[in-house]
Design a protein around this ligand. Structure first.
Ligand SMILES: *Cc1c(COP(=O)(O)O)cnc(C)c1O
Length: 381
């Protein structure tokens, strides 16, 4: 669907995705990495709302080495649409799907010895081999082989047993940081301790079993930006790819998504008029109020009600009253150039997503993922 077509079709609300900016971000991140470091593009959650298929195709063409998704359905969507890059599932997949994983050349994360054993038996029974990456829990306390003290020895032992199981090809090992994007000193200490533990486990496994992992990776957006020395064999940026998380501007990335809505109608209200559900806004003077064609079902958090403003021609319009499912209201009194059908930027070049997310008590990740499937993605190239 091209840009003009979509606007002509509906002209309600859409998300413009800039492919040149995405390409630029990929190249900028690459340029900040050591030559030999591989690049795994994180395209889970429909590529943070940008469209997993479009983003994956672009990354494949641009020269990325690996992609990662959250679950089997996301992996199959890519495989069934011709994406051929190596593809890692970061989450859990029940061992009943081992054959599907193998047949579609999907790499599975293994986060415990018991799971390694299940995959190994399933693959053995099929006479096939499953490619896996082991995940270590070095302090995120989520998925992964427990290996922080007092579990260091048992963690190493379980990993040694996992790498020697039949019908598993252990290609990689990884861990995930809990606070690599936090600027304070305690977070830095914590991140460095996670990294040191990760390296120590890998080294101890090598000493005990002779096994070395082809792909060691740990750097998410926070680590790519703040700890370039932790790049190892491959990096795993998600948010950074989409244009956020480069707090110091060191890498020079650009936001890729612009969320745009339109004005459905405009009315003048006298002072003392209550607006929207719950009557949480009352006009104090005569107001020229626009109804915008975006609501929480499109991904605009209801928590932003009466707490944000959007960019329009001639300035910003404060949002007024409770955000509804499909609409919300905004004060256009000081924006005479805005009329019915005018475009309003909810976030993008003029209205910063980081500030908008903060006003919602959230983070750019969540607002990007929240842009719902009702909102057409319009790719600009
Ligand atoms: C989501 C995710 C990433 C990417 O995180 P960003 O902060 O978006 O860079 C990397 N690794 C794992 C395991 C993840 O779940």
């Amino acid at each position: 669907m091209n840009h003009e077509e979509t606007k002509a079709l509906q002209k309600r609300t859409w998300a413009e995705i800039s492919l040149p900016k995405l390409r630029h971000n990929y190249a900028a991140i690459r340029a900040a990495l050591p030559e030999s470091c591989r690049f795994m593009g994180i395209v889970k959650a429909d590529a943070y709302g940008h469209g997993a298929l479009a983003v994956s195709r672009l990354l494949q063409e641009a020269g990325a080495d690996y992609l990662a998704v959250s679950c089997l359905d996301e992996a199959l969507e890519l495989r069934k649409n011709g994406v051929g890059l190596p593809l890692l599932i970061l989450g859990h997949t029940p061992h009943e799907y081992t054959e599907t994983l193998i047949d579609y050349h999907i790499t599975q994360t293994v986060s415990a010895l018991a799971k390694a054993q299940e995959y190994s038996s399933a693959a053995s029974a099929l006479g096939k081999t499953l490619k896996v990456h082991l995940k270590l829990d070095t302090g995120m306390s989520r998925l992964g082989f427990l290996c922080a003290p007092p579990y260091f020895d048992s963690g190493v032992e379980n990993i040694v047993r996992s790498v020697s199981l039949p019908a598993l090809e252990v290609e990689g090992i990884y861990t995930h940081f809990a606070a690599s994007d936090e600027p304070d000193a305690q977070s830095e200490t914590y991140t460095r301790a996670q990294f040191a533990l990760f390296e120590k486990v890998i080294e101890t496994v090598r000493e005990k079993s002779g096994f070395s992992f082809a792909l060691r990776h740990c750097a998410n957006t926070g680590a790519v930006v703040n700890y370039p020395e932790m790049a190892l064999d491959m990096v795993r940026p998600g948010l950074l790819l989409y244009g956020y998380g480069d707090s110091e501007g060191r890498i020079g990335i650009k936001p890729c998504m612009r969320l745009v809505t339109t004005v459905s109608t405009i009315k003048f209200y006298e002072p003392g008029t209550s607006v929207s559900y719950g009557r949480r806004y009352t006009t104090e003077q005569r107001i020229r109020m626009g109804v915008l064609a975006i609501g929480y079902a499109d991904g605009l958090p209801r928590a932003l009600s009466n707490r944000c403003a959007f960019a329009a021609s001639g300035g910003f319009c404060p949002q007024r009253g409770t955000i509804c499912m499909d609409m919300c209201m905004a004060d256009l009194t000081d924006l005479p150039a805005v009329s019915v059908g005018s475009e309003i930027e909810v976030f993008g070049e003029q209205n910063d997503l980081v500030a908008l997310s903060a006003a919602a008590g959230s983070i750019p990740y969540e607002l990007l993922c929240a842009v719902s499937k009702r909102v057409p993605r319009v790719y600009i190239d």
